[in-house]
Design a protein around this ligand. Sequence first.
Ligand code: PLP
Length: 382
Amino acid sequence: MKKIRLFTPGPCQTPEEALIEMARPFEHHRTDWFKDLLKDCTKKLQKVIKTDNDVLIITGSGTAAAEGAIVGCCPPGSKLLTIEGGKFGQRWGEIAQQFGIEVTRHAVPWGTAIQPQEVKALLDADPAITAVMVVHSETSTATACDLEGIGKVTGDAGKLLLVDGITSAGALPLYPDKWNVDVVITGSQKALMLPPGLGFVSVSDRAWKVIEGNAKQSTYYLNLAKARKAATKYDTPYTPAHLLVRGLNITLDLLLDEGIENVWKRVATMAAMTRAAGEAVGMKVFSKHPSDSVTAFEAPNGIDVGEISKFLKKRYGIHTAGGQDELKGRIIRFSHMGWLDELDMLVAIGGIEQALYALGHKFDIGAGVRAAQAVLAERSAK
Ligand SMILES: *Cc1c(COP(=O)(O)O)cnc(C)c1O
């Protein structure tokens, strides 16, 4: 017997109710049935993302939504500043370059977060910048930035703020409208607990002015102005992945029934349990500014992190993610998103301990689970 236990930071575990819903017989997408579904989901997404702005549902992964937003928000004569502290930050700079958008690509050491005053200095130094793109939770390094602080800086400077919220929306505290965030991008397969295939993008009035004025943008499928036109009639320009939207209706209900602030709290508790447990058994938290939606660990000296992930997968069906590029072979990552709760983290932590023990690491077996239990008990008592 072997269970599939997805602790990868995307795709994340999907609840059974959503899987069953997506397996049921379905209608055509140009029907009232689907329009009602799209309408419900759009309203619920606004609640989950905590925005009154339009939210578009795009067929394609999170990168598709991001590409549409970047190209739309950067017409000729504009200039984008991308903050790049990992794989995903780099991707947004690459997209801008590929489309011939004028872009300043600002690198940040992996595992650290840019400070708002640094963003301010970059904007002060180059008044030509019209928009800034940051990753709220950089999944590749498990690092979160001070988005509220950055939004204050970009808001004061009158710049558009585009946010990759792919592992923050539905996992970390996020108030786009209060924080001057113009565009929030997310995807289906992370905190929204669905299989991959949908991207979501919220757009402020300020950003719409730019996108709708950007008449010659070199997109066809990912033209957000076109998507908005269809969305006002609860329709989509092209065939949507309508079964995923059906599943979405279920997972959004689960999040909203729990209460989005309670979801944030649960995710934070899961992260705190995991960090405490890892440190109790000799693992090291990689990030200097850890995100609560995903934890990255370095292994104790002498232990190969790849062997830990191999053991977890082979013995217990626990799927984790490794590092990419400069972090390849250096870290192991565990999601706190998806259809997982605090007790599921005890399973992962138990697995880490068994892996370390099997690999010959000397430590007090059970210390990790104990540390995690103490964190959970303390936080539950509050
Ligand atoms: C997963 C992820 C992406 C990429 O999204 P896709 O859905 O794979 O296109 C981008 N940014 C972050 C922060 C992510 O975690």
